[in-house]
Design a protein around this ligand. Sequence first.
Ligand SMILES: CC(C)(COP(=O)(O)OP(=O)(O)OC[C@H]1O[C@@H](n2cnc3c(N)ncnc32)[C@H](O)[C@@H]1OP(=O)(O)O)[C@@H](O)C(=O)NCCC(=O)NCCSC(=O)Cc1ccccc1
Length: 164
Amino acid sequence: MDTPTRTKTIEWQDPLVGAELAKSMSGLAFLEALVEGRIPPPPILALMNLRAVSAEFGRVEFACTPDESHYNPIGTVHGGFVCTVLDSVLGCATQTTLPEGQGYTSLEIKVSYLRPVLADTGELRAIGVVTKPGRRAAFAEGRVEDSEGRLVATATGTLLVFPH
Ligand SMILES: CC(C)(COP(=O)(O)OP(=O)(O)OC[C@H]1O[C@@H](n2cnc3c(N)ncnc32)[C@H](O)[C@@H]1OP(=O)(O)O)[C@@H](O)C(=O)NCCC(=O)NCCSC(=O)Cc1ccccc1
């Protein structure tokens, strides 16, 4: 079938610069620097129109604007997009609780998709909160809301904490 091709251009910076800087900063200092644009944002943020809005100990807020390029074959934004947003805020909320020298990675995430996201949904707000920080495991929860404050998705997750 001959349908018109649509394109978009993504620009990003070397992701290893920020990853290296993270090793010599507390997690909160790193997230504050990301919010204030003092470190190069990881490429996934550009790919997903995602940005870090605020960070405090145990809590982060991100914003993103999905578009048609994020669609699945059933005419809505792919569930993996919303899951990735939630994985990001759960991870970054956990990072804010970590001292310098501690790293983390996601172990598992459970997402509930409450409302579909469409190309005209507009900006989404994602909030991640640490339910319980830990020396070895952290537990976090998150939610995504649309611009009218309607709940779009929720998640809970577990993260592994380890020395860099
Ligand atoms: C439909 C349901 C699952 C259940 O809804 P119900 O139990 O009936 O609850 P309720 O009546 O309270 O409605 C609540 C809200 O639900 C929406 N809505 C409901 N019915 C329709 C409808 N007929 N048409 C359109 N929208 C409908 C509507 O916004 C409504 O809000 P409102 O009250 O108007 O403000 C809903 O929770 C939902 O859409 N979740 C998101 C799922 C999702 O996006 N998953 C990820 C994408 S899948 C993927 O990517 C995987 C894949 C990959 C590759 C290839 C293939 C697949």
